[in-house]
Design a protein around this ligand. Structure first.
Ligand code: ZN
Length: 225
């Protein structure tokens, strides 16, 4: 009695454990009592992350847990993605600009110009991968909601770029270990995002597409630079 379904306005909710669509994440019985909806396919709670603190969710994202990516991609409706995209582009710009600044003796004006150039190259880099992901995902059908979902998810996959700034601050940016680790992480986080987006695709297909797209988006701007 008094039971009612939440998230009726949300569409495409998915179980974070098995990836099948779910009608709701939880049911609210009163102001303080909620019950997580069990998944009809795997029997686990559809999304246990609704009870988790955001800090714990971020830790799970860093640890590349696929359920955490599924939670963010399908079961949340944050409106911060444009701001996140700007933040990640700034981090990518700073990283690119830092490498250039370290490699040559340039005047202050050259450095300023270089920063703007790096900024637009970073936008170009993210844009290339975004377009690649959208084309691969939706070449046969056009659905505005799905396009926005894919675009937001791809932006989420760039969150590792924040770590580049942290590593520059701590002076470990130039170590080989860091470079390899960051590159692997940026590829892996995008693979997890795409696995969460398209759970019916095989791991091999998803990984191959992400590796091709990411490699192209890194290589093409370097030709201009
Ligand atoms: Zn399930």
């Amino acid at each position: 009695m008094g039971e009612k379904k939440d998230e009726d306005k949300w569409k495409n909710l998915r179980c974070v454990n098995c990836g099948v669509e779910a009608p709701s994440l939880y049911r609210r019985f009163s102001k303080e009592i909620i019950k997580l909806t069990p998944c009809e396919c795997c029997g686990e709670a559809v999304d246990q992350y609704v009870e988790y603190d955001i800090v714990l969710i971020v830790i799970h994202l860093v640890l590349l847990y696929l359920p955490a990516y599924t939670h963010i991609v399908h079961n949340t409706r944050y409106k911060v993605y444009p701001r996140l995209a700007f933040l990640f582009i700034l981090c990518m710009t700073f990283d690119r600009w830092y490498q250039r600044e370290r490699s040559g003796l340039e005047s202050i004006l050259d450095l300023e110009y270089g920063f703007y150039e790096c900024f637009f190259l970073s936008i170009f880099q993210m844009g290339l991968f975004l377009i690649f992901s959208l084309l691969v995902a939706h070449f046969s059908s056009f659905n505005k909601e799905q396009l926005i979902l894919t675009a937001n998810s791809v932006i989420l996959g760039y969150f590792g770029s924040v770590a580049t700034v942290v590593c520059i601050v701590y002076g470990v940016r130039d170590t080989l270990y860091y470079r390899i680790l960051m590159l692997v992480f940026l590829y892996a986080s995008q693979i997890q995002v795409h696995r969460a987006l398209f759970p019916s695709r095989s791991f091999l297909l998803t990984s191959s597409l992400v590796i091709i797209g990411k490699s192209l988006s890194l290589f093409i701007p370097s030709l201009i630079q």
